[in-house]
Design a protein around this ligand. Structure first.
Ligand code: PMP
Length: 380
């Protein structure tokens, strides 16, 4: 008998499983709203013109294919953290950041989680918003940390549960880790306002809660980098020593290239150097070193002012189209006679829309119309 005979079929991935079902459907009018990837008006993936140009430049340089260092391309990740914190950030001036290149956002979260799993001295509990990206839970659990939830979204108002969030943050044991979506919350598309972020920062500082920021949509939410980085900048100004996972999957459309970075903000340069050396010892047995091609493309964009401006324009194209689609969907529903309030569709931001549809309504859309989406009614 095979030693694998007892291995049971694992459940399909909550999100990627939808695509599997979609591919099997033979209805020519089928639609997949369950993938978090940007499509153009022809339902085609979009390679950003800035990325095409950057890639052309990378190829003409005919660079070798040697390994990157364990920590990746230094010039790339230095620009990456500068983009998030702003070029004048005090943290960068004093070199208090320990930053490495990562395998996109997931890889950044994974290294950050592993670091916390080894070194975190407080409560070994990570609090995630309800709801959140389904991969957050296993990422932290794989690093030996426990996972719990905090209130975030109110299904009745389809907006931020401000009171619930406040109460949660006041109740979470001090010195716990709190995961925050820096902008364009996945899957609700509901973000705190500037005042609300200030309050969250203040409570977390007072209660010694450790902020772990997941920044997967910088510039994608509003089309403006600085606007989308607001939460981070507030926390930086308030003196938090946070952890930050960055991804270029969505905002550069580099999904399959796996480009990202992880930063752990430290109190001194010396501390940052020691933390950086430990990040390398975490990465080495995981995957040795990251791929170079995607990071080279991102670096081309970062280092040339003209190309960088072109990228900002590309970002605006994606953000504006997403905003226009929200408007069109709402108008169409109203013109078809729906009296339901669909304001949340236009109020929510980023790539996701939390429709408020119930599981049985989603099941009917899938069964009768071949419209595929997650069970909780999120349009990805
Ligand atoms: N965090 C959030 C909130 C996400 O939505 C995603 C992508 N769906 C990621 C992280 C990671 O994506 P990637 O690994 O492709 O960068």
């Amino acid at each position: 008998k095979s030693w694998l005979a007892g291995v049971k079929m694992a459940p399909p991935d909550a999100i990627l499983g939808i695509t599997e079902a979609f591919l099997k459907d033979e209805n020519p009018r089928k639609v997949n709203l369950g993938v978090g990837a940007y499509r153009d008006d022809d339902n085609k993936p979009w390679v950003l013109p800035s990325v095409k140009e950057a890639e052309k430049r990378v190829i003409t340089q005919r660079m070798n294919k040697e390994y990157a260092p364990i920590h990746g391309l230094t010039a790339f990740y230095n620009k990456s953290i500068e983009l998030a914190l702003g070029p004048d950030a005090e943290i960068l001036m004093n070199k208090r950041n320990a930053t490495v290149q990562s395998l996109s956002g997931t890889g950044a979260l994974r290294i950050g989680a592993a670091f916390l799993g080894l070194f975190w001295k407080g409560e070994r509990m990570v609090y995630l918003p309800t709801p959140t990206w389904p991969n957050h839970r296993p990422i932290f659990m794989h690093s030996g940390l426990k996972v719990a939830n905090y209130s975030y979204y109110d299904p009745n108002t389809r907006a931020l549960n401000e009171q619930g969030l406040h109460e949660s943050l006041c109740k979470i044991p001090e010195k716990s880790i709190v995961l925050l979506h820096a902008c364009a919350h996945n899957p609700t598309g509901v973000d705190p306002t500037e005042d609300q972020w200030c309050e969250i920062s203040c409570i977390m500082k007072e209660r010694h809660l450790y902020p772990f920021f997941d920044l997967a949509y910088l510039g994608f939410a509003s089309g403006n980098i600085n606007k989308d980085a607001l939460a981070l900048r507030i926390f930086a100004a308030d003196g938090h020593q946070f952890c930050l996972a960055q991804s270029y999957a969505k905002n550069m459309g580099l999904y399959g290239e796996r480009v990202g970075s992880l930063t752990i903000v430290c109190s001194t340069k010396d501390e940052a150097e020691r933390v950086h050396s430990n990040l390398k010892t975490i990465i080495r047995p995981m995957y040795s070193n990251p791929p170079v091609h995607g990071a080279r493309i991102a670096l081309e964009i970062f280092k040339d002012d003209k190309l960088f401006c072109l990228w900002l324009e590309d970002l605006k194209v994606m953000a504006n189209r997403t905003i226009a689609m929200r408007k069109q969907l709402t108008e169409k529903l109203i013109s078809l006679g729906s009296t339901h309030s669909w304001e949340h569709i236009t109020n929510q931001i980023g790539m996701f829309s939390y429709t408020g549809l119930k599981a049985e309504q989603v099941a009917r859309l899938t069964k009768e119309y071949s419209i595929y989406m997650t069970k909780d009614g999120a349009l990805l």
